[in-house]
Design a protein around this ligand. Structure first.
Ligand SMILES: Cc1cc2nc3c(=O)[nH]c(=O)nc-3n(C[C@H](O)[C@H](O)[C@H](O)COP(=O)(O)OP(=O)(O)OC[C@H]3O[C@@H](n4cnc5c(N)ncnc54)[C@H](O)[C@@H]3O)c2cc1C
Length: 281
């Protein structure tokens, strides 16, 4: 075991379940015991080697079976580039079809994460085609992208389901809202459309302002939706939302690629560096 695994991995477990599938199943059970559902992601992206993409697809099948065997309220969320999007599109579709059919068989949902804007069109197109056969599928949309309102309407017109998030990738200025306020305002606009037109959607944020706004929408519009929050972030908010009677799901990533994911969470909130350092002394 290298230095990274010995020193950083235990600290990164704030954001990830661990390296092995068992750790995610364990965390999903813990979440369920608190009245929280689980959205589980096997970490990986930008996979170009078909054999590796096959092994990721197989891991999702194992994950779905483990959730079913454990009687867990939870489902998988997958990134299409880990199944070969961008390098082996036919293979990606074949792998996704297997995972989606397995989700149907096990009566689980299956959601697609949204990646960098290079993949937005392909992700939505793939989603809409797969959803015709697999009704339990949903896809994430990013509020920082100017195009998302139009994408949301297209998806809702087709009867699809969406998780709204702010967006986590570095994008060029001309395609994104550039200030925090603009992103938050757009998130609010997208939520307004969802509360009016959709059900079974997800609000993926830790931002109290947006959570409060969602609660207001929910008071006047009793639709079926859920809050989704990442592992290790704002646990007190998760508990409070459960107590208030909302559906809450925790996003639980696991797998070998834990380091890149943890770096993304630290970059988002550099104060996490201090949390890490403090827990070392
Ligand atoms: C369930 C879920 C699924 C997601 N899926 C995708 C996806 O498919 N594609 C994508 O691009 N992005 C995805 N994201 C990430 C998302 O785009 C944001 O980068 C992330 O949620 C931070 O934005 P925020 O809405 O929480 O607001 P922020 O303004 O970043 O945070 C609001 C508050 O939450 C707390 N907080 C947030 N992040 C951290 C952190 N890392 N450490 C400590 N405190 C923190 C702080 O108190 C902060 O003030 C997902 C997020 C969630 C919750």
């Amino acid at each position: 075991m290298g230095l990274k695994e010995r020193v950083v991995l235990p600290l990164a477990k704030r954001w990830i379940s661990g390296v092995a599938l068992d750790s995610a199943v364990e965390d999903a059970k813990k979440a369920n015991s608190k009245g929280i559902g689980a959205v589980v992601n096997f970490l990986g992206e930008d996979i170009k080697d078909p054999a590796t993409a096959d092994s990721h697809a197989n891991e999702y099948l194992r994950l779905q079976q483990a959730l079913a065997d454990g009687g867990i309220n939870g489902f998988a969320s997958v990134k299409l580039t880990q199944l070969g999007l961008g390098s082996d599109n036919e293979g990606m579709e074949r792998r996704l079809e297997k995972i989606a059919a397995n989700a149907d068989h096990l009566k689980q949902l299956l959601w697609l994460d949204m990646e960098g804007s290079k993949f937005t069109d392909a992700t939505i197109k793939t989603y809409l085609a797969a959803r015709e056969r697999h009704q339990g599928m949903g896809v994430a949309l990013q509020a920082y992208l100017r195009r998302s309102e139009s994408d949301l309407k297209t998806i809702l017109d087709a009867g699809g389901r969406v998780r709204i998030v702010k967006g986590a990738y570095r994008e060029s200025h001309d395609i994104v809202y550039s200030t925090k306020k603009e992103v938050t305002d757009n998130f609010g606009r997208l939520m307004g459309i969802l509360f009016e037109r959709s059900e079974g959607f997800a609000i993926g944020t830790h931002d109290s302002l947006l959570v409060d706004q969602a609660r207001k929408f929910a008071e006047s519009n009793h639709t079926n939706f859920r809050f989704e929050l990442l592992k290790g972030i704002r646990d007190e908010l998760k508990e409070e939302l459960v107590k208030s009677g909302y559906k809450v799901y925790e996003y639980l990533p696991y797998g070998d690629s834990w380091y890149a994911y943890s770096k993304r969470r630290i970059k988002e909130h550099p104060s996490n560096i201090w949390l890490l350092l403090r827990s070392l002394v």
